[in-house]
Ligand binder design. Sequence first.
Ligand SMILES: CC(C)(COP(=O)(O)OP(=O)(O)OC[C@H]1O[C@@H](n2cnc3c(N)ncnc32)[C@H](O)[C@@H]1OP(=O)(O)O)[C@@H](O)C(=O)NCCC(=O)NCCS
Length: 163
Amino acid sequence: MEIRPENPSDYAAIGRLTRAAFAPMPFSEGTEAECIEKLRGDGDLTLSLVAIRDAEVVGHIAFSPVFIDESFDGWYGLGPVSASPEVQRTGIGSALINEGLERLKQMDAKGCALIGDPAYYSRFGFVGDGRLSYRNLPARIVQWLAFYDAEPSGVLRYSPGLE
Ligand SMILES: CC(C)(COP(=O)(O)OP(=O)(O)OC[C@H]1O[C@@H](n2cnc3c(N)ncnc32)[C@H](O)[C@@H]1OP(=O)(O)O)[C@@H](O)C(=O)NCCC(=O)NCCS
């Protein structure tokens, strides 16, 4: 499997994959593909990686700037992330997350935040301990991973495409 940054010829496949992956998810409002397009159009798609298997896009992950107490300080949001339904649970999501976090570090990012299931994201080192808050969501699903010592604290806000 190859993981590489998106290029314009991937846009349609990313949209299809994202719609297919999120369609069965009860928490999804079905807007994730449009969110990615809005981030891209706004110039907020800091990092967009695709996973390629047999010349097909089978996974995708997006990272965009996030704000903590209304200021940007080198933190990025993870998501949406998706793996093609036929090949989920074969390591694609994990590979995309690990590669994305490594690339963020190389960009001198301070850390990464996300909203998601701790049962999945804790394995990458994310913690949901209440240091970040998002609307009225439970603290445990508002998670962060600091690349250096600086721990975040405050109210999380995403780029407009994801708000
Ligand atoms: C979440 C997702 C990207 C993970 O990608 P993946 O390639 O299937 O995951 P991996 O193969 O790297 O890891 C598999 C492990 O992740 C865990 N896992 C996968 N999806 C999970 C979920 N939604 N919640 C909790 N754990 C999950 C399982 O424990 C699995 O381990 P197991 O097979 O030993 O039980 C993929 O399942 C997906 O596209 N889901 C639909 C879209 C979505 O929910 N995106 C995340 C929104 S926060």
